[in-house]
Ligand binder design. Structure first.
Ligand SMILES: NC(=O)c1ccc[n+]([C@@H]2O[C@H](COP(=O)([O-])OP(=O)(O)OC[C@H]3O[C@@H](n4cnc5c(N)ncnc54)[C@H](O)[C@@H]3O)[C@@H](O)[C@H]2O)c1
Length: 254
């Protein structure tokens, strides 16, 4: 019988370089931490300059970067690849301010939401692929808001649904280059970003703190659950998986 690689070898990311956008807080910080633990050389690209402190604590590199600014994004990708090669890109940075009723959502707001949540993910992947001549894994963070919509978060739902299309299209084109492209749809996860938006979302009829453990498992959404799923998709455990949307929500959309 053919000797199979050991599980511990398949999740070992030693010698791999990874870039996590928005990797300084919440879900991104949990992902950065798990990738470092698995042995990867991680670069955190984040717009918040204070994130250099977390990066140092994690033994990760820090690229101060607004991913919507092309030159800053290019520089962050180049830094993460150390000018030679990149193995893993996690497109995590995103915003989710509530929008109110459709009639009150301005074009400028929709444009801003799509620019960060979709266009910048597209651009980051395009730049990263230049350094993935040995293959690679891209993990895009979508949301369950892409699957079931939501009053007062229309622009957000639209942006996160677009991430699924982007993922499938990229997976098809990049598969022959052995670059796998997958997405994760987190359920409601307890993060700083969620706390900041909580009050405004409640005004729009969404009580995130009531919803946070309102899933069949009755477990509060922890950022580490998304980090574990990311590690799976980024590693060789997912060698035959591409173009997939992995829903990680305690069963709330089941
Ligand atoms: N928290 C949830 O319930 C939840 C659920 C589903 C999906 N998501 C998605 O997960 C991702 C992370 O969410 P979170 O709750 O951890 O967010 P968060 O607000 O807690 O953290 C986001 C990080 O991204 C950084 N960032 C924001 N804009 C940036 C930019 N232009 N360039 C670079 N960095 C930038 C921030 O500085 C911050 O460090 C987002 O894409 C979000 O839409 C979150």
């Amino acid at each position: 019988m053919e000797k199979l690689p050991k599980i511990s070898e398949m999740v070992n990311l030693s010698g791999k370089r990874a870039l996590v956008t928005g990797g300084g807080k919440g879900i991104g910080a949990a992902i950065s931490s798990r990738l470092v633990e698995a042995g990867a050389e991680v670069t955190i690209a984040d717009v918040d300059p204070e994130i250099h402190i977390l990066a140092e604590e994690l033994s990760a590199s820090f690229a101060k970067c607004d991913i919507t600014v092309p030159e800053q994004l290019k520089a962050a990708v180049q830094q993460a690849a150390d000018g030679s090669s990149l193995d893993i890109l996690v497109n995590n940075a995103g915003i989710y301010p509530p929008t109110g009723p459709i009639a009150e959502v301005s074009d400028d707001f929709v444009t801003k939401m799509l620019d960060l949540n979709v266009r910048a993910q597209y651009s980051a992947s395009r730049e990263a692929v230049n350094y993935m001549s040995n293959g690679g894994s891209i993990v895009n963070i979508s949301s369950i808001a892409a699957l079931r919509g939501g009053a007062s978060i229309t622009a957000y739902s639209t942006s996160k649904a677009a991430v699924i299309g982007l993922t499938k299209a990229f997976a098809n084109e990049l598969g022959p280059k052995k670059i796998r492209v997958n997405a994760i749809a987190p359920g409601i996860i307890d993060t700083e970003g969620l706390a900041e938006q909580g009050a405004a979302l409640k005004e729009g009829g969404i009580d995130v703190y009531a919803a946070i453990a309102a899933n069949p498992l009755r477990i509060s959404g922890d950022p580490d659950y998304i980090a574990r799923a990311t590690l799976f998709l980024a590693s060789d455990l997912a060698e035959f998986i591409t173009g997939h949307l992995l829903v990680v929500d305690g069963g709330s959309t089941a």
